[in-house]
Ligand binder design. Structure first.
Ligand SMILES: Nc1nc2c(ncn2[C@@H]2O[C@H](COP(=O)(O)OP(=O)(O)OP(=O)(O)O)[C@@H](O)[C@H]2O)c(=O)[nH]1
Length: 358
């Protein structure tokens, strides 16, 4: 439901998209199927390297175990780490192994290395992904350099690893740009949400405004013809407020309004809704209370306000008119009933409550 206190600041931290356990398991199935398919193709064609003959079943077993553990209460983030460790560990060591002399140099294993950077941002939040990216980058480049130098001149090994370093740096840079774009979009959405919240809140008292309570009515489906909901409306009007302004000035008048709103907010149930209906008029919407309970609430509010002393101003009173959902077929009609009772309360001397006879 709508917040009555908008967020003061927008969280500027970079956060990774949340991977739900079902999505994580889907990714694991893709990994299991992918590894199994490549293993089957390599084994069937007879070109399977010694490294792969061992590493494929190890990785597949690890993925299956992580898949099964993911159904337990195990920390999901740790499982994400573990899965990433298996993938990154496999891809780096496989490519390095293939670059060692006699192991089928420059096989196509290196082309998969870019996946390490993509997957790290998929699994980890950005704070952890950044150092992981640096570690993977350094391990990949130095590992390949030392593998190549064993069978090539330093110059040749340097050229190949430099190429690799540039390509990988571009991968990282582009991925980082995508993440930043996404974070900017998230911030724009958060800001829009915050502005939307402001449109429903009265700036002076921080209570909901008319549009705000309208929205609450819609969200709670209170005016639905099919499902009759039990609610009551209390229209609370400050007595002789014009005098408060005339005698003390508008700024003090504002302070009185804010203090009364605060007092009402602290006196109602957390599920009750406070709205500034207009000038010196507030509305409390309360749900699922009996008429007696609503009268008790109204009496508590009347008493609470009457005890306020604001900048030496005492004896502030309110008149309250009550309307119940069972008394009418639309919220407009309930408001009208509450308003009529408020009029009666004012006519009968103020500082009092009026509701229909039970
Ligand atoms: N300080 C301040 N005054 C406001 C604000 N909004 C409305 N008012 C004042 O509220 C007063 C309402 O006056 P009236 O409608 O005559 O009502 P009242 O003096 O409270 O008299 P009763 O309701 O009949 O008891 C006016 O003087 C408005 O200027 C506001 O945001 N700040």
């Amino acid at each position: 439901m709508m917040k009555t206190q908008p967020n003061k600041s927008i969280d500027k931290k970079l956060t990774a998209a949340q991977i739900s356990p079902p999505l994580f398991r889907q990714l694991l199935i893709v990994a299991i199927l992918g590894f199994s398919a490549i293993w089957a193709i390599d084994a069937y064609s007879g070109i399977i390297a010694v490294f792969d003959a061992f590493s494929y079943p190890i990785c597949i077993t690890a993925f299956i175990l992580i898949y099964l553990i993911s159904f337990s209460r195990a920390n999901q983030q740790s499982l994400h780490y573990l899965a990433y460790l298996v993938v990154a560990g496999y891809l780096i060591s496989c490519s390095i192994w293939h670059h060692l002399p006699g192991n089928g140099q420059f096989s196509n294993s290196a082309q998969w290395l870019g996946l390490n950077y993509v997957i790290v941002y998929l699994f980890l939040d950005v704070k952890k992904a950044a150092p992981a990216t640096a570690i993977v980058f350094v391990a990949t480049i130095t590992g390949h350099y030392f593998a190549l130098i064993q069978n090539h001149t330093t110059g040749e090994a340097l050229v190949v690893t430099l190429n690799m370093a540039i390509a990988h740096a571009i991968y990282i840079f582009l991925l980082w740009t995508v993440i930043k774009l996404r974070v900017t979009t998230d911030q724009v959405i958060a800001r829009a949400d915050m502005l939307e919240d402001f449109a429903y809140i009265d700036v002076l008292t921080r209570a909901l405004n008319r549009r705000g309570i309208e929205k609450v009515f819609n969200e709670l489906n209170l005016d639905s013809a099919e499902q009759k909901k039990n609610y009551a409306i209390l229209i609370i009007d400050i007595d002789h407020f014009k005098q408060v302004n005339d005698l003390n000035g508008h700024l003090i008048g504002d302070k009185v309004l804010t203090s009364i709103a605060g007092k009402i907010r602290r006196s109602i149930h957390p599920n009750d809704i406070l709205c500034r209906w207009g000038g010196e008029e507030f509305v409390v919407l309360t749900l699922n209370r009996t008429p007696q309970q609503v009268m008790t609430l109204a009496e508590n509010l009347r008493l609470a306000v009457s005890q306020l002393v604001i900048d030496d101003i005492a004896n502030i009173t309110v008149s309250i008119g009550v309307g119940h959902s069972h008394e009418a077929s639309s919220k407009e009609a309930v408001f009208k009933i509450a308003d009529d009772h408020l009029y009666d309360a004012k006519q009968s001397g103020r500082n009092t409550i009026r509701a229909s006879q039970a």
